[in-house]
Design a protein around this ligand. Structure first.
Ligand SMILES: Nc1ncnc2c1ncn2[C@@H]1O[C@H](COP(=O)(O)OP(=O)(O)O)[C@@H](O)[C@H]1O
Ligand SMILES: [Mg+2]
Length: 246
């Protein structure tokens, strides 16, 4: 593997009695694309949120580019800016234009000049194919367009790593590929990515590694080809049987 960018060591977390992250050990190299897959409730979102420190962990360590996750304050805001996150719901600001959605972070957090942020914002909107919509409001765009704006907004912060938590699962089927294509492009350009998705086409095309989670544990990890054709654990076989036949 290349130099590790995101490292989780012995990470534990409970929600009350529920042991939601069980001794998670995971290293993601610079430029690596890791797909996280597993049944609903297995802890995939909690894992993403812990990496972005939207959730605290009880023990173990999480480092990004060699730095431990700060507790709070300025350092935490800086770290969050280094970790782009795209959720299932697009979370755009409804009362701001598409371009303002993309430039807000760079202006407020990265202290960029408005003109510079807008120039870069337009380039990013161009890249994800929604530049024509720059002056519209989120509600005027389709779900697929909004999700591409959400990706552009994250990229505007120049993140070191991008987390995607089921970015296509709220989309109508005909919009899924336009979002996945943008993600495949990012992967090819060398972005470090952690992607929670059940889209096997994406995993096969773009992922270096598939991590299978069940009940808060990493049960197995492998190349996409090996994982999808020769899953080792009964949990993975059972899960793949379900998603392949439905
Ligand atoms: N804030 C919370 N408080 C209590 N339980 C939670 C909370 N968030 C998630 N959970 C529970 O933790 C488990 C893992 O959730 P999650 O990480 O969302 O799984 P996944 O993304 O794999 O579906 C689930 O059983 C869920 O109900
Ligand atoms: Mg989830």
């Amino acid at each position: 593997m290349t130099e590790p960018l995101v490292v989780l060591k012995d990470v534990q977390k409970h929600f009350g009695d529920l042991h939601v992250l069980r001794d998670i050990n995971l290293e993601i190299g610079k430029g690596e694309v890791v797909v996280v897959i597993g049944p609903s409730g297995s802890g995939k979102s909690t894992l993403c949120r812990a990496i972005n420190r939207l959730e605290t962990v009880e023990s173990g360590t999480i480092t990004i580019d060699g730095k431990a996750l700060p507790e709070e304050g300025k350092a935490l805001a800086q770290l969050r800016a280094d970790v782009g996150m795209v959720f299932q719901s697009f979370n755009l600001f409804a009362h701001k234009t598409i371009l303002d959605n993309v430039t807000l972070g760079p202006i407020k957090v990265r202290k960029q000049k408005k003109a510079d942020a807008e120039k870069r914002g337009m380039e990013l909107l161009e890249r994800v194919g929604v530049a024509q919509q720059a002056q519209k409001f989120p509600a005027q765009l389709s779900g697929g367009q909004q999700q591409r704006v959400a990706i552009a907004r994250s990229l505007a912060m120049d993140p070191k790593v991008m987390l995607f938590d089921e970015p296509t699962s709220a989309l109508d089927p005909e919009m899924i590929n336009e979002v996945l294509d943008v993600m495949v492009g990012l992967a090819k350009e060398g972005m470090t990515m952690i992607v929670v998705t059940h889209e096997m086409g994406f995993a096969r095309k773009a992922a270096n590694r598939v991590v299978f989670m069940a009940d808060g544990q990493i049960v197995e990890e492998n190349t996409p080809e090996e994982f999808f054709t020769h899953p080792k654990s009964d949990r993975a076989k059972d899960f793949l049987g379900k998603i392949l036949t439905h």
